[in-house]
Design a protein around this ligand. Structure first.
Ligand SMILES: Cc1cc2nc3c(=O)[nH]c(=O)nc-3n(C[C@H](O)[C@H](O)[C@H](O)COP(=O)(O)OP(=O)(O)OC[C@H]3O[C@@H](n4cnc5c(N)ncnc54)[C@H](O)[C@@H]3O)c2cc1C
Length: 387
């Protein structure tokens, strides 16, 4: 559970010591992987060095509950967020590997049987097993209720059929939480990757490489206790997952934005032209300072939202959603300004800033795109002010 200092009504303006220590631990891991970050961030499968180092660090224990070997009694959004901020500053691959262990296993932690939790969660917390959350389909993204994958129960067996698309960790995951239609509702089903009828294809490569693939489920059968939560109530578990982890995307975006600004400042202070340094020329100082202002603003909202989510995730989802929009849109603007400040040097393939530029882009689309979140916030706002 979150520190009393944060859990109370008074949020201190600095992170409590336990979170700062955790962030320092994550930063140390991330910096130790700097030499392999560029290679890992081009990988379409798990990078073995990154996996080994992350497992050895023990940090993935942050994303499972204490009863199953986790570091906190319950998964703590502020802890996940500050770790992701540190990891994403160095490597998107490392950040994704860490974050997805939680996103891919949270529905199991909340809605799984004791036997399934005891089997999977300690291994996920040690990164001996890899999780994934399969919602999206080839024709269905934001409008999830239009999904077509199905599950049917007969004689104590769940039969799953469908195709999931753009699933992070596909191919490397040991277990998938799959959202399916069941009667008039939607259920989440835990499907081990080695179940007969499960197949992975990798039809898409994206601009910022990511461990990503389509998961085909052809008449897959698992025992009835592999349904997570009550039949037809899978969306509640998806919402719980979002409420706990969405704000951590904001943390990753803040870390990435700061890394991009650091690149721009380093370049602008080292380059001389027109008899001065670039950092003092024309609109460059304003551009750098604007990025700094925006990053600090996004960080303040992100920490506040993460502390609120650690207290009560569902009640504070609106804050997590605001932080996700603010931080990912900030990251987009900051990387763009940083590239502009660096001129042609910002465009060089394989440079750090070029990698950050590409990696910032998907953040505004996954885990709730900016437009979908704003639409939902607008509806809540109208309800709130109409009361
Ligand atoms: C790197 C990456 C990793 C991913 N990992 C996973 C994963 O692990 N598991 C998984 O299930 N999915 C995953 N996804 C898929 C992701 O969740 C979807 O891309 C996302 O839900 C958006 O759906 P879509 O891409 O189909 O866009 P669409 O839903 O087709 O939307 C297209 C555009 O229309 C806008 N739009 C849609 N609806 C509205 C609306 N109501 N109001 C206003 N604008 C709207 C959107 O904002 C967007 O700009 C991943 C995607 C990426 C890029």
């Amino acid at each position: 559970m979150v520190d009393d200092e944060v859990a109370g009504n008074e949020l201190p303006f600095e992170l409590p010591e336990c979170y700062r220590a955790l962030q320092a631990e994550a930063r140390e891991l991330a910096e130790s992987l700097r030499p392999v970050a560029a290679r890992a961030d081009e990988a379409e499968d798990f990078d073995p060095d990154v996996r080994r180092a992350l497992a050895a660090s023990g940090l993935t224990a942050v994303v499972v509950p204490g009863a199953y070997g986790g570091r906190f009694a319950d998964v703590d959004s502020l802890a996940v967020t500050v770790v992701r901020e540190a990891l994403a500053a160095e490597s998107a691959h490392l950040d994704s590997m860490f974050g997805m262990q939680g996103i891919g296993s949270f529905a199991l932690a909340r809605g799984g049987s004791d036997a399934l939790r005891e089997h999977w969660l300690p291994r996920i917390g040690r990164l001996e097993a890899v999780g994934a959350l399969a919602l999206t389909e080839p024709d269905v993204g934001s409008d999830l209720k239009a999904l077509t994958s199905t599950v049917e129960e007969r004689d104590g067996v769940l039969r799953v059929r469908g195709r999931k698309s753009f699933i992070t960790n596909a191919g490397d995951a040991d277990v998938y939480s799959v959202l399916c239609k069941e009667g008039s509702g939607y259920s989440l089903v835990l499907v081990p990757a080695d179940t007969p009828g499960v197949r992975v294809e990798k039809p898409h490569q994206i601009i910022a490489p990511h461990v990503l693939g389509d998961v085909l489920l052809d008449g897959v059968e698992v025992p009835a206790d592999h349904r997570l939560g009550a039949p037809g109530k899978g969306f509640a578990l998806v919402l719980d997952t979002l409420a706990t982890f969405r704000v951590s995307v904001a943390g990753a975006a803040v870390g990435l934005a700061e890394a991009a600004l650091r690149e721009a400042v380093r370049h602008a202070t080292g380059r001389e032209l027109f008899g001065t340094t670039l950092s003092r020329l024309g609109g460059v100082p304003e551009s750098l300072a604007t990025s700094w202002v925006e990053i600090e603003s996004a960080r303040a909202l992100t920490y506040r939202a993460a502390a609120a989510a650690a207290r009560d995730p569902r009640q504070n989802l609106h804050l997590a959603s605001m932080a996700k929009v603010a931080a990912t849109e900030t990251a987009g603007r900051v990387v763009d300004r940083s590239v502009q400040t660096m001129g042609r040097f910002g465009l060089v393939r394989g440079s750090t800033i070029e990698r950050l530029y590409r990696e910032a882009r998907p953040m505004r689309i996954y885990e709730g795109s900016t437009e979908v979140i704003l639409d939902s916030l607008a509806k809540q706002l109208v309800r709130r002010f109409a009361d």
